[in-house]
Design a protein around this ligand. Structure first.
Ligand code: ATP
Ligand code: MG
Length: 419
């Protein structure tokens, strides 16, 4: 026998038992997005590598070491499996001139790819829902993006998700802060790990994003961005906070929050939980006014966020496995020559009436078919033998309680099942 082929490391199958939780999650999120007037956009999973290098930034974890990048062997193109959706979404908006029609509220979802060390809540293929508001400059949209998050956690029944916010100011403020931070890091070189030492001069803000526990005290004592902020950014940040307070959304200012990607400015935020160990960030985003121009578009302000689907599903009440699996309304068992065409007709007739019907496949005795009916989770079995066929009827048998089975016409089944 040949060796079985396994999935690629860090890339998971979602099995049918777990898929019920995914469907619940996706349906809840879609309804919530509609409620806020966001429209779906679907982008390819494969993009030119340049798109991510130019948007996410050269000196970032993602571009330095996490991208699945390869050369198309047929034409030599340098391609990358998308590690996130914001850059693709902005690319699509530019390419199709979406912003000429005015500001756009958009969302996307799907798999993302990062070559990280797989562990709980961290995979090489994972899924995001992303929300992007393009062409809107004010603090109102930042607040909307945050406030809508708070509603989603309620819709999903999730407690214990907390909000952290910060501001990165404008480009000049960041330059001032950068200089001060480099000076601080230079004077504390001994406490820096290899990554931090390497990045200290190219991308010092990223050092604050380090997850190395040995560096946390040093990061804690670093100078704060807030002290270098420009007036307009400070005002913007205060307005965001005012809108959050008006909406009753609690938040904590975390001056160490810088986000791992290059393109953010002004507002940044993360929704975090303590229930997932080290992988505690379930949703992260902020404003990225420079990105559209950076990848060749006419300058346009933008803000958005992305949430990690696997992490949120892991938080669903009772664990993902307790979302009830989808069961059919009825399971049709049948046996006999005359029964066969009748059973097929009845199954379609019940589906016409809006019912979820699983038709027994593979033959076998009534007894073995009834075992399958039981295993399907259906509350009723529709039983069809030659007697039923001759009478143009079915036997309806309740599977989950002690009620008696009844002989009825097929058209009466929906009312009896739903009643
Ligand atoms: P982290 O700090 O955990 O590495 P990140 O800052 O790299 O996260 P973002 O790029 O902001 O993550 O992605 C948004 C969200 O997507 C994260 O908050 C997280 O919930 C989820 N996410 C990111 N990387 C992974 C991964 N490898 N596996 C599962 N979920 C992930
Ligand atoms: Mg990461």
């Amino acid at each position: 026998m040949s060796e079985t082929i396994q999935s690629v490391k860090g890339m998971n199958d979602v099995l049918p038992d777990e898929a019920a939780a995914w469907e619940f999650f996706e349906e809840t999120v879609r309804a919530w997005l509609r409620r806020y007037g966001y429209r779906q956009i679907r982008m390819p999973i494969l993009e030119r590598t340049d798109l991510f290098v130019r948007s996410i930034g050269e000196v970032t974890d993602i571009v330095e070491k996490e991208m699945f990048t390869f050369t198309d062997r047929l034409n030599g193109d340098d391609l990358t499996l998308r590690p996130e959706g914001t850059a693709s979404c902005a690319r699509a908006a530019i390419q199709h001139s979406l912003l000429y029609a005015g500001p756009q509220r958009l969302w996307y979802s799907g798999p993302m790819f990062r070559h990280e060390r797989p562990q709980k809540g961290r995979y090489r293929q994972f899924h995001q829902f992303g929300v992007e508001a393009l062409g809107l400059t004010g603090p109102d949209i930042d607040a909307e993006l945050i406030i809508m998050g708070a509603r989603l956690w309620r819709d999903l029944g999730l407690a214990n998700i907390e909000l952290e916010v910060n501001t990165l100011g404008d480009a000049e403020a960041r330059a001032r802060y950068r200089a001060r931070l480099i000076h601080y890091l230079e004077t504390h070189q001994d406490g820096l790990d290899e990554d931090a030492r390497r990045r200290m001069h190219t991308n010092p803000l990223r050092v604050l994003d380090s997850k190395n526990p040995q560096m946390q005290a040093l990061i804690e004592a670093a100078p704060r961005m807030l002290d270098d902020l420009d007036e307009p950014s400070l005002k913007h940040f205060e307005d965001v906070q005012r809108l959050l307070r008006n909406a009753g959304v609690e938040y904590r200012i975390n001056t160490r929050l810088v986000r791992g990607l290059d393109y953010y400015n002004r507002t940044v935020f993360e929704w975090v939980t303590t229930e997932l160990g080290a992988q505690g960030t379930v949703c992260a985003g902020g404003r990225y006014d420079g990105l559209v121009a950076q990848i060749g578009g006419k300058p346009a302000p933008a803000a958005g966020f992305a949430m990690g689907v696997e992490r949120l599903i892991a938080l669903l009440p009772g664990g993902s496995r307790e979302v009830p699996p989808l069961a059919p309304d009825v399971y049709v068992v049948w046996s006999g020559e005359a029964a066969e065409p009748h059973a097929w007709r009845v199954a379609e007739q019940l589906r016409d009436a809006g019912m979820d019907v699983t038709m027994h496949a593979g033959g076998g005795s009534f007894k073995s078919q009834m075992k399958r009916a039981d295993g399907s989770g259906a509350p009723f079995a529709v039983i069809i033998g030659d007697d039923e066929a001759a009478a143009g009827e079915v036997t309806l048998k309740p599977m989950r309680d002690q009620r008696e089975q009844v002989r009825v016409r097929a058209e009466d089944v929906p009312a009896l099942v739903k009643g």
